[in-house]
Write a protein that binds this ligand. Structure first.
Ligand code: PBG
Length: 353
């Protein structure tokens, strides 16, 4: 309903020069600002709340001891040797962060065409899983299933010529998932976007009595420019030939995301994920509405880099931008968020409580 404009008496000056008290009252039934007038009422009417329970912290692993290697394109993010990763895990548990996601920087000499290091029971991720489970048993561990940190060409699958082979790749992914489950991973997270991998991994896990291991499917993962800093962190920018557009989704599509999610749900995914995050809030919203599944979002490396870079220059308030962006995920319907900001956000949320 549109209310008629109040009549201004001729003796009143133009609005720019009005003394506030002289302004005529608008005849409004609803004044939405009433509920915003003070912090206590804003808290009462708040629709979505971000808590530390909503956060998963992705960390990068490297070989060595007491090693922390900075990632240039991700300010304050470092690759951690396993002993440092265990310390990070203890910190996460202390902060109340429910789970970590592990990503390895594989030594270049161990990368090859078949990604055989992905199947090594003593690879970096498996050793880290065992070490963290030993020291911090109640922290959830998410491991990434995809071959890109292990292939010499930086693709997530097995390559023939310029083609990424689907079914041959899925065969290897099942073995990779089992390798991680045997090392103690709680959640297997296929991020490769091959067709049929969720069903194949579920069958593989069940056949080895890992029926309690969850599958977090990167169900709608887009071929995105926002993964650039991550590829620095795991060393695939240097190796990647071409792009990932034959398996990751076209950023122009959204109906297709629902088909991807539908398939993964049917194949046995426990949780579905949309990635990247903030540029794809519409996808998160549609996925949550349509399926009502536990739906996670990944605030990816490029999103992190943008916030951090602008904050470093003093162009935005980093803490505020962090909490606002994470709350936006909740508003869109995400249940949890993978974010490199997890420890920072957890600390802020504790200070604010
Ligand atoms: C690889 C993988 C990627 C990310 C998570 N797993 C990169 C890619 O697909 O090239 C990106 C995460 C980020 O950018 O933070 N399967």
């Amino acid at each position: 309903m549109v209310w008629p404009l109040p009549q201004r008496s001729k003796r009143q000056p133009a609005p720019e020069h009005d003394a506030p008290a002289a302004a005529p009252r608008l005849n409004l039934t609803q004044r939405l600002r009433r509920n915003r007038k003070a912090d206590w009422t804003r808290r009462l009417v708040r629709e979505n709340t971000l808590t530390t329970d909503d956060l998963i912290w992705p960390i990068f692993l490297c070989e060595g001891e007491n090693a922390r290697e900075p990632v240039a394109s991700m300010p304050s993010v470092e690759r951690l040797s396993i002993d440092e990763a265990v310390r990070a895990a203890a910190e996460a548990a202390k902060l109340g962060i429910p789970a970590l996601a592990l990503f390895p920087f594989t030594e270049p000499s161990l990368r090859n065409e078949q990604a055989s290091e992905a199947l090594n029971p003593n690879n970096l991720v498996c050793r880290a899983c065992r070490a963290i489970k030993r020291e911090v048993p109640n922290l959830g561990l998410v491991t990434d299933v995809a071959l890109d940190p292990y292939t010499s060409h930086g693709h997530d699958g097995i390559l023939r010529g310029a083609r990424i082979l689907n079914d041959e790749t899925v065969f290897v992914l099942v073995e990779q998932a089992l390798n991680q489950a045997r090392a103690g991973a709680d959640i297997i997270a296929p991020s490769d976007m091959m067709d049929g991998r969720v069903g194949a991994i579920r069958a593989g896990l069940d056949a080895e009595n890992f029926e309690d291991v969850q599958i977090l499917s990167y169900a709608a993962k887009y071929a995105s420019a926002f993964y650039g800093p991550f590829r620095d962190a795991v060393g695939t920018n240097a190796t990647l030939i071409g792009d990932k557009r034959t398996y990751q989704m076209d950023p122009a599509n959204s109906d297709e995301a629902l088909r991807e999610v539908a398939q993964d749900v049917e194949e046995g995914a426990d949780i579905v994920m949309v990635k990247p995050g903030l540029p794809y809030l519409d996808i998160i919203f549609r996925v949550k509405e349509r399926f009502g599944m536990p739906t996670f979002a990944y605030q990816v490396s490029g999103e992190y880099a943008m916030i951090m870079a602008a904050a470093e220059r003093g162009w935005i308030d980093g803490d505020k931008a962090m909490l606002e962006s994470l709350t936006a995920f909740k508003r869109a319907g995400a249940d949890a968020i993978l974010t490199y900001l997890a420890p920072r956000a957890a600390k802020r949320l504790t200070e604010m409580a």
